[in-house]
Design a protein around this ligand. Sequence first.
Ligand code: SER
Length: 951
Amino acid sequence: LLDPISFFAEKMTSAEIRQSFLDFFREKQHSIVPSAPLLPSSPNLLFTNAGMNQFVPYFLGTEHAPYDPPRAADTQKCIRAGGKHNDLEDVGYDTYHHPFFEMLGNWSFGNYFKAEAIEWAWELLTKRWAMPKERLYATVYKPGEGDPADFDQEAYDLWRALFEREGLDPDVHIVNGNKADNFWMMGDTGPCGPCSEIHIDLTAEGDTKGSLVNQDDSRCIEIWNLVFIQFNAETDGSFRHLPATHVDTGMGFERACAVIQGTKGGSDFSKLASNYDTDVFTPIFDKLTELSGKKYTGTVPAVGRRDGLSEQEKIDVAFRVIADHIRTGSFAIADGILPSNNGRNYVIRRILRRAIRVARTIGLGSDAPLLPQLAPVVIEHFGDAFPELKERSDVILENLETEELSFGRTLDRGISLFEDAADKLDDGQPFPAATVVKLWETFGFPLDLTQVMIDERGLSVDAAELERLTQAHKDTGDAGDGPDTISAVTIDTHVTSEFIGYESDSVETTVEEWIESDDHTIAVVSKSPLYVEKGGQLGDTGSVLFEDGHEISIIETMSIGDALCLRLAESPVHRPNKLVVSLDTERRRGIESHHTATHILHWALHKEVSREASQQGSLVAPDRLRFDFNGKALSAKQISAIETAVNERISRNDTVSWQEVVHADIRDRDDIMQFFGDKYGERVRVVQIGGETGDLTGWSMELCGGTHVRNTGDIGLFKIRSEGAIAAGIRRIEAVCGEAAVNYVHESIDLLKEEIQAALDKLTAANNDLEKAGADGIAIPSVDVEELEGDADINGINALLVELTCHRDELQQAAIDADKRLKKASAGAAAEIASEWLEETLATVEDGSPKRLVGLLPGDNPALIQETLTGLKRRQFDGVAVLALVADDTVHIAAVVDKAHTSQFQAGKLVQELTALVDGKGGGKPEMARGAGKATDKVDAMLERARELIA
Ligand code: SER
């Protein structure tokens, strides 16, 4: 028989488990706070990776926790993936690792400490959630040689007393751990302290006596980490005591659900509890089964086994990978982390591509993209706890679909390239690293995805060779992790070419190979000045010149391995081994202006808005730039301040220089912008603006592989065209510079002048009408648009734009006012006319029941119809009336019938029939109806028919 608590716990859904955690701590006076977004506010983090991230200032004491008492609890969305420690490859092969997970946590900010944290954790687990206490173990910090701080005697004593009280042997249930396991640090620096973790024995017998604690064994897992924050890890490696002590706890939500749901509320351990056997994942599995006809059976390969899996084992791994990754992807996209080629965005792309590939190989999907069909389950199931999923469901589905379609285009060819290469290998021969790189470059296969495929076949790859090959691509300092475009061409070449386009626009070169591919001829050259699209900067175009004077345009440059390949617009008759390659310099100078302007914009954004506003993506084209950053909407004042700052820097005509440096030498310099942490190669390129050439003292310095102008003055004018949101917390600036900016400014000025003139004309016309109607006109602001001129510099132009905008707004408002006044005046006039007309007409109407009136109203003011209807009502006209008026080439018709006669005549029916006679439409209620038609020549016939109808 189950005890009552187990019985209750067993029935809890995951939503109820989450809620019961929050309720428990609410009862203990904790404020319940929302999860922070996955996009971290700290520039040093790839993703929000712990519940405590959002509370760091409270721990450091730089801000006060705004809760009374200073306690909080929440469930925090976390992603731990990417960066150095990346166990993405393990996902799906075990039951409890997820890149995305929820972390339930409770916090004390200088309030309660170890005693309460330990006591309450125990109470929640054993009393409310019915976890068998004899299966629980607590770890305590015991420093090793050189580790910080002392043995955590306080925690040890508290646990000892607790276990004794519960009748359990403290010597068995307390396990000591060193710095790696029991000293929690957010990163190399920041708030930290010793921790006590609670582990649960999930074996059938539950008699492991602590021997599996911290052994990376799925039969004994950590469920809750209680961190006692006491120190701040400083940059010099020392640990400074914080002014107050704090509590930071984190419990894996999915693991808690697994333990509660997978053990029948702590009563049945015959089957190993798995995160995937909970309703966190089963709704996604159900949908996958519905779509594929395949079933999840929960088999898990032995630790480390990747190859030779049975069909069902493969299906079960695939189900776990897909269900895990669709959750990660949906939550990330909802928080504005869209799959693309850099940094955290590339981590999301890698995760989604792995799901797409595994679905394809296992035959889980059909032709329609799978992920957008699964995401609605995630949105529905988690949308109450995380409303951003529902709010941004369109963006989620759209991005998933785009990602799946674009990867799908090359996926099959990539898979077969992989299979062919793998089939050719002799026993024990490593998989060729060059093919891994090719899959990455040409087919968009992230490196870790290919690693998974290699593991699945029980193969290996030469890691050093792979490192060497991939490094070559990263050495430009462009931290793109993959190619921006997946070229549809399959080219095999091993040429090593030199890019000389930082210095030269044109070069004589040898053609190493001529390749025919699809419809094009490709020249693989030893040297080329044409930039290959990368890091947001568009690729160059140009031409090749043959000795005989023949010239052919280059429509695209690609880099394949180390080779630069020029795709030509036409196939040359002769294929010499020498030619001259030149780039389209005008286009390139435009690109360079916009690229350098992007760096200055980034600098200005830090100066005028925030240091935290960092680049999320960019596009650099010959005639425009796009810059995405994280942050809030910019005010008009900020936009103008940014423009002014950028233009001021341009006018200084500072030198733009670049140089290659060893990354390790500059990695810690925060005056050099670098966003991709460890992902840079050994040597990187720094682009510096200002300072002395090459001494790294510029006011703007950024790691960048792109091309730039030589002096900021070359940029000319800079102008922002728009600023807006593209995702939650992500803004986009679109700007132009040089000639494009001057053109844009001229267009804006012309447009404003046109709008001013139009408003002026409208106002004059309205004033004329007002005069005719005998009413006062509106004062016309005096503006002579032609007189308005700005100074040539940006301040002069901006002042002019502002002045013109003010005039336009003022005039448009005046025109609106005049229009209103005119309407009022004409309504007044109409009321008078209607009244006169009614006096005259009603005098001629025969007495009777009902009275009958059919009439064409005078003049061409449509307001007259309404005024006449009002007049009839006021005179309590008891009968049936049909009114018509011709205005603006339209016949307006109205009918009224007093209530007493609606059984005899219905206004709606009358109008319906009459409007049809003037090629129009209309209708309404029995008492009142209106309509209109275009056939003004048929008015008389229509009125004749009206008389007949009501006779
Ligand atoms: N900060 C600790 C962790 O992330 C406890 O919340 O594990």
